[in-house]
Design a protein around this ligand. Structure first.
Ligand code: ADP
Ligand code: MG
Length: 389
């Protein structure tokens, strides 16, 4: 008989104007890897934030039981004391602190009120070994890859005596190889340390690979929980649960609107690294986009996709850029972002919070910002024009 580790009953959570969770139920058994799947905005992260106390007791309705005890977490510390540790999709490590410092942040190893650095780094080393990372714990976080940072987060969770490890989309910014490493580690931790995990993902192949049970959430409601051993778990069934209708084809037919005319062309585009100017990051790329066409640029992380796009966008990235850009038959010399914008090229950044938006400014201001010339008169923003635009 399997033991129930966690039970969340009838969890309802509302934000102003949105019911993010509507009577959600989930039961996690000791030692299992439990996947939570659902479309963007289904409520997966909110459910985990309720569990970990980020949304404190009183801000939701419903009951949480961990090892049979009712939980009323008021903050993250409360849940971590029980060994519930959440690793967020956007990693929360401090870039200018070392691996070891990050690992024991808020949980400092000390003696007589003084931080014990020997012990910090010795223990850190042990936890790094557990996650298979051979890195000096004195290395700064900013100097290691995202994939390694993900492993550091897991090591950090282990340092907190984790009983239930929650990973919110842990592989979303990893390439396939690194993603597999993370999944294998979760499997290994279950095998060797008996650690129970909840993994949030919408990559069905990953769920197939590591999950024992799968809870599907749609629009804030639990659809069903499937057991890989008992139920007939197919991708079709999961997708049907996630989107709420039969998917006759995963890629619906679309009307073809592509015209023969080439609208945009990049020829022999070569870009060198911005700082390490001897390093080539884009090597002789050529592509063309026809009118009405959507062209995908595909490649692993680090292959140069963003560098290609940014360098085309008014040389927003790179040094010693060579090649030709042709738009509607006309060769463009784009030496600045402003020139790219006035030539009718737009770029939506990969990291919108960091590079794309002014989070402290209004939606209106963000929308009109790239084209001040549309909304200003005599060097001043015209409120009327701005609103109209
Ligand atoms: N802090 C918040 N304030 C207001 N609305 C939120 C907040 N967090 C999430 N939501 C809303 O709750 C819903 C569920 O979001 P989320 O749990 O992040 O979905 P998922 O993780 O499944 O993509 C969405 O409609 C989202 O906009
Ligand atoms: Mg989420």
């Amino acid at each position: 008989m399997k033991k129930t580790l966690l039970e969340m009953r009838n969890i309802t959570k509302e934000f102003p104007g949105v019911k993010a969770l509507d009577n959600v139920n989930i039961t996690v058994q000791e030692g299992e890897i439990h996947a939570i799947v659902g479309e963007n905005g289904a409520g997966k992260s909110t459910l985990m934030n309720v569990l970990s106390g980020i949304h404190p007791y009183g801000s939701y309705t419903g009951d949480i039981y961990f090892e049979g005890q009712e939980c009323r977490h008021l903050n993250i510390k409360d849940s971590e004391r029980l060994g519930i540790v959440i690793i967020h999709q956007e990693l929360a490590l401090v870039p200018y602190l070392s691996i070891g410092e990050n690992m024991f942040l808020g949980n400092e190893q000390h003696r007589y009120g003084v931080i014990d650095w020997d012990q910090t780094y010795r223990k850190a080393k042990d936890y790094l070994l557990m996650v298979g990372l051979e890195e000096d714990p004195r290395t700064l976080i900013k100097d290691i890859s995202i994939a390694k940072q993900q492993l550091v987060e897991i090591a950090k969770a282990l340092a907190k005596n984790v009983r239930l490890l929650i990973l919110d989309e842990p592989t979303s910014s990893l390439n396939e190889q690194d993603a597999r490493k993370v999944l294998d580690l979760i499997l290994k931790l279950r095998q060797e340390e008996g650690i129970t995990s909840i993994i949030i993902s919408h990559k069905l192949d990953e769920i197939e690979y590591c999950a024992d049970r799968i809870t599907i959430i749609r629009d804030g409601c639990t659809v069903e929980t499937l057991d890989k051993k008992l139920d007939n778990v197919t991708e079709e069934r999961i997708i049907r649960g996630m989107v709420g209708r039969e998917m006759s084809s995963r890629f619906p037919q679309r009307e073809n609107t592509i015209q023969d005319e080439v609208a945009f062309e990049v020829k022999n585009w070569t870009v060198y690294h911005e700082l390490y100017t001897e390093r080539k990051v884009v090597d002789n790329v050529s592509l063309n986009v026809k009118k009405g066409e959507v062209v995908g640029i595909y490649g692993l992380m680090g292959s140069g996709r963003t560098e290609l796009a940014m360098s085309i966008f008014g040389q927003a990235y790179g040094s010693n850029i060579t090649g030709t850009i042709v738009k509607n038959g006309e060769v463009l010399e784009l030496n600045s972002i402003a020139e790219a914008i006035t030539s009718g090229i737009s770029y939506v950044t990969e990291d919108r919070k960091e590079n794309g938006l002014l989070l402290g400014s209004s939606i209106m201001h963000n929308i009109t910002l790239p084209r001040m010339d549309f909304v200003s008169k005599g060097g001043r923003i015209d409120k009327y024009l701005e609103r109209k635009t």
